[in-house]
Design a protein around this ligand. Structure first.
Ligand SMILES: Nc1nc2c(ncn2[C@@H]2O[C@H](COP(=O)(O)OP(=O)(O)O)[C@@H](O)[C@H]2O)c(=O)[nH]1
Ligand SMILES: [Mg+2]
Length: 718
């Protein structure tokens, strides 16, 4: 393949709801560019894009696929993406590499859930959008309704470049109001005839043409002046105006397609080539170092890895975008994140699983390489004369959490490795080996997302795994002062064990004064602090341990053992075995035996005294609470609100955000189990939400009672 220069490259991401026709549109683009000789079909499981087993089995895209096509001396890099929110990780990484989004709008349904969701990401990342109305040959296609729904969601920014003369099985003609020509197709190979617009369509065509001219002029003052003077613009002037409007997202042009019949693909590609911005004309990607790096082929080399995948027969493959300079086969670069030297021993451009070796790629282009040592998604590699890290892609917080276990215990280690790999391939899959919960917790973007992961483990790697309810990381604490004395005494054979401690415990809060006088259970106690140890607990919160022994009642050398005993109980709280936190303990008295006292005895005495005092000190269970933000269409607001209330949510606020109602609430993690699935079924998939850990709060007493009972029952069983 020849080397394409920056101004001959366009990078597009295909975005849109599942089933709208992205994968088939990609296929049609590859066919038009003669990258493939025959078009595959989704049902035939032979498209270039959906090439993995799991995609073919599901008849839908699950991963992003990097493709390219060559057309009119330009190279179009195309990234086909999955259409569901569960796989948003693949959509976000694709958008990072792309300079333009082509959003497919199914002519049967118009704007769908994912259209809105993915547009929000595109907006956030400042990516221009082109709409392609798809499947116009479908018998249920309704072009006018699709346009109407677009206008409802995107307002006046929606500008039709084309419209179909008729839709359904007879769809073979559209009118292009930028070129003011009619295109008539025959067969399904994209053969087209360019015709004059017939008189019967002239009025409509002129009206849309004028709207387009006006929209184009609006984006450029000099064009506006010209338009006022002459009442029209040339084709080139229109392109200039549209390019500006497209780039700053004030204009969303709409195209007509049927990928199945290969109608409209060529014209869409021509428009992208002639009008859409090339990689050097889009906003610069910021770097951690706040250095500006221009997309310039003659500058020092930097590349950004936006996707890491593990492919059968090849192993790890890294997909990257050349951000500046050029890369050549055999070039040495340095990973700016971990300073590893990496050699690009092989360079490829890829179309699905087909790789074509190339010797050079210039700034703006997208390619792939293999056999890198320690480079993964989000890493930057640099050549000489530059050292930057492009800001990493930020992923949404997980929405679905479950525990996973290998049905056959001997598979556990292998499962762990595979989960780690799954995370590297998809950074929205998080894996935690929780020592606390004694579970492996996986989280992702939805139930479907994790079910796919499970399918992979079971069917590809042949290990049987199951999802089980994830435990909740409760915490235990106390709410008032309490005393306890405990004597550990044991006489067995020769030497015995003896240790006695008297302690006082109370809740710890940051900044409270040192302990001094107490009146508890009718006793008055005055403490004299001799020593203090502050333990920052691994699981959050603190334990403060005071030595207030008077008159040498207990030897100082036994104090560490007492603390050790208390810590054992902090790690396995007296109520439910959860971690305890935010407590202070003062040892103020006790007894020793000249022969029988030893560390074990004092450890046990400390542990049991603590346990006894804890239960007297108004113990409480605390649960993790999450900040939840739900975006919901207004007609579903009531349902979503009452569901939240059933989940013990505290509603913090409500408002509107871009046509959605927004609810902010605090919800206990215990009530969020499978929330993404529940919300989806409540709203037919039209709502989205985010959740993020906020803080620990005391559980209500009825919940506490239930937890205590459940723990006791569990203990009895064991
Ligand atoms: N009639 C018709 N069906 C299409 C067209 N494009 C896609 N489809 C069908 O719509 C379904 C979804 O297509 P696909 O490309 O997988 O959509 P994606 O999920 O957006 O990638 C498949 O059954 C396709 O055969 C089209 O132009 N016309
Ligand atoms: Mg697809």
């Amino acid at each position: 393949m020849k080397t394409y220069q920056t101004n001959q490259i366009k990078n597009i991401a295909l975005l849109g709801n599942t089933g709208s026709g992205k994968t088939l549109l990609a296929e049609s683009m590859l066919f038009e560019g003669k990258v493939i000789e025959r078009k595959g079909t989704i049902e035939g499981k032979n498209t270039v894009s959906d090439y993995t087993d799991i995609e073919q089995q599901n008849l839908r895209s699950i991963f992003s696929t990097i493709l390219y096509t060559e057309f009119k001396d330009n190279k179009l890099n195309i990234i086909d993406t999955p259409g569901s929110d569960d796989f948003v990780g693949a959509v976000i990484t694709s958008l990072r590499a792309a300079d333009i989004g082509v959003m497919t709008i199914n002519a049967q349904y118009g704007v769908e859930v994912a259209t809105e969701i993915f547009n929000r990401y595109a907006e956030h990342m400042h990516k221009p959008l082109i709409f392609a109305i798809t499947q116009l040959d479908h018998e249920k296609a309704n072009y006018d309704q699709a346009i109407e729904s677009l206008k409802q969601s995107f307002g006046k920014k929606v500008i039709q470049i084309q419209y179909p003369v008729a839709t359904g099985s007879g769809f073979d003609t559209f009118i292009d109001v930028l070129l003011m020509k009619m295109y008539k197709f025959s067969g399904d190979t994209g053969q087209r005839e360019e015709l004059d617009i017939p008189a019967s369509e002239l009025e409509k065509a002129n009206e849309l043409h004028n709207a387009l001219v006006e929209a184009a002029a609006e984006n450029d003052e000099s064009l506006m002046e010209k338009y006022f003077e002459q009442g029209s613009l040339t084709e080139d002037e229109m392109r200039r105006g549209i390019r500006v409007g497209l780039s700053n997202r004030s204009l969303f042009p709409v195209f007509c397609t049927s990928a199945k019949k290969n109608i409209g693909t060529k014209r869409l590609m021509e428009f992208i080539i002639n009008v859409a911005p090339d990689p050097s004309r889009v906003p610069l990607l910021p770097t951690v170092e706040e250095k500006e790096v221009k997309c310039d082929a003659n500058a020092p080399t930097s590349i950004f890895v936006f996707k890491t995948a593990i492919e059968s027969h090849i192993g790890e493959i890294n997909y990257f975008k050349v951000m500046s300079g050029k890369v050549t086969e055999g070039m040495d670069l340095v990973n700016s994140k971990n300073d590893t030297k990496e050699r690009l021993s092989q360079l490829y451009v890829v179309a699905g699983k087909n790789r074509v070796k190339v010797s050079e790629l210039v700034a703006g282009d997208i390619g792939a390489t293999v056999k890198l040592k320690s480079t993964k998604t989000n890493h930057t590699l640099c050549g000489t004369g530059i050292e930057v890290n492009y800001i990493p892609i930020k992923f949404p917080e997980p929405k679905f959490r479950t525990a996973i276990r290998a049905k056959n215990e001997s598979d556990t280690e292998k499962m762990g490795e595979l989960l780690h790999r799954a995370h590297q391939e998809d950074l929205t899959i998080l894996v935690e080996h929780s020592k606390e919960l004694k579970q492996i917790i996986v989280s992702g973007q939805g139930e479907h997302h994790l079910n796919i992961l499970k399918w992979h483990l079971t069917n590809i790697h042949k290990i049987d795994v199951e999802f089980i309810s994830p435990r909740i990381p409760y915490r235990e604490t106390i709410t008032k002062v309490a005393l306890a004395d405990y004597r550990h005494k044991k006489q067995s054979g020769g030497s015995g064990q003896f240790g006695e401690v008297h302690i006082i415990i109370e809740p710890y809060t940051e900044g409270s004064p040192e302990p001094s006088k107490y009146k508890v259970a009718g006793k008055e106690i005055a403490l004299n602090v001799k020593g203090k140890e502050e333990v920052s607990l691994e699981w959050g919160g603190k334990l403060i341990f005071y030595n207030c022994i008077v008159g040498g009642a207990i030897d100082t050398r036994f104090l560490p053992a007492i603390l050790k005993g208390i810590m054992e109980k902090m790690e396995e709280g007296p109520l439910t075995g959860s971690y305890a936190r935010d407590i202070r303990v003062a040892v103020y008295d006790g007894k020793m035996h000249p022969v029988d006292s030893n560390e074990i005895s004092f450890k046990l005495a400390g542990r049991n005294a603590f346990k006894t005092a804890f239960k007297e000190a108004g113990p409480k269970i605390m649960e993790p609470v999450y900040d939840v933000e739900v975006l919901v269409p207004s007609d579903k607001m009531g349902d979503v609100m009452s569901d939240l209330q059933n989940r013990r949510a505290m509603i913090l606020g409500m408002g509107s955000d871009k046509g959605f109602e927004k609810i902010n609430a605090k919800v206990p993690l215990a009530e969020l189990n499978k929330y993404s699935t529940a919300l989806s079924s409540l709203t037919s998939g039209r709502a989205t939400y985010t959740m993020k850990f906020a803080n620990y709060e005391q559980v209500p007493s009825d919940v506490q009672d239930k937890l205590l009972k459940a723990y006791d029952a569990d203990q009895d069983e064991e």
